[in-house]
Design a protein around this ligand. Sequence first.
Ligand SMILES: C[S@@+](CC[C@H](N)C(=O)[O-])C[C@H]1O[C@@H](n2cnc3c(N)ncnc32)[C@H](O)[C@@H]1O
Ligand code: SF4
Length: 334
Amino acid sequence: MATVDDAYGRPLRDLRLSVTDRCNFRCTYCMPKSVFGSDYRFLDRRELLDFEELARVSRIAVGLGVEKLRITGGEPLVRRDLEVLIALLSELGVDLTLTTNASLLPRKAEALKDAGLTRITVSLDSLDDATFRRMNDVDFPVARVLEGIDAAEAAGLPVKVNCVVVRGVNDDQIVDLARRFRGTPHVLRFIEFMDVGTTNGWRLDEVVSAREILDRIAADAPLEPVAPHYAGEVAKRWRYADGSGEIGVISSVTQPFCGDCTRARLSAEGKLYTCLFAVRGHDLRALIRGGASDDELEARLRAIWSVRGDRYSELRSAQTLDPEPKVEMSYIGG
Ligand SMILES: C[S@@+](CC[C@H](N)C(=O)[O-])C[C@H]1O[C@@H](n2cnc3c(N)ncnc32)[C@H](O)[C@@H]1O
Ligand code: SF4
């Protein structure tokens, strides 16, 4: 099979598909209400790639070496009939996963599994109901997210749980979350709060480092390191010394991993981004709707990837001063 390497020799292996820029939550670190309020202009339905267009780009990307597709957003489950897209993508025979806030999972889990979803990642930042409601900022109760996780498990979907830690907001939840998922089949992963986009008021002193997160958990239950599953694995893996399971930490701020990054992201309107922190994307929708053939699309993808030189996180301190606004996480897809 054809493959393509970027300017630093990194292959294209993962494609994240944002299926909507909308969300039913307003997480304060992602879509603060002050910006994403009632007068915010979200993409119009016609601007979104339709399921056939998404499946076509995915098929071409798989032909170039992509082994993993992740559906994200915004909140992917607010896109109507998402299971129809899952069914189309499952025909490609690669790892197919989805990241969700789980609010709609109790009624969607089975259809997603039946359509061919391989795994699911649920975002959950706190077990404390008041903290959780404050963070999602739409007063959504944590119990319903836990129901969503149960529904995914009952449907036979392997579940990972992601927690973004923000100092002074939910860092008191680290040990409680670890205890809650210890001894379950669900792998909990903590993510350092990142300076994605420009609207979340990110400050370095709000980042709780992966080291500090691990130290706090290890003080409660000793941990030992686990070798990565594969080169380029984003989360560093640790297991409980007593054999009661595993956790992960994603240290994108304190120990950047650009050197291994094999991910491309497609925004809901069909712009391809070669880095989460990119300022602009490459418009594939114009090509698709302009009648480009599969060969032309493949050549475009290859041309974009082969000159890719992004390593934002490794250059963070210099580039945070960049006056150009970075794209928002809810637009590009987490
Ligand atoms: C943008 S969301 C999209 C999918 C879905 N709505 C969800 O929340 O799972 C994907 C992931 O990005 C994470 N995220 C959003 N903003 C972030 C930030 N500033 N730093 C780190 N992670 C962030 C979220 O917590 C979530 O796990
Ligand atoms: S993190 Fe996910 S659930 Fe929260 S606002 Fe962003 S897109 Fe929505």
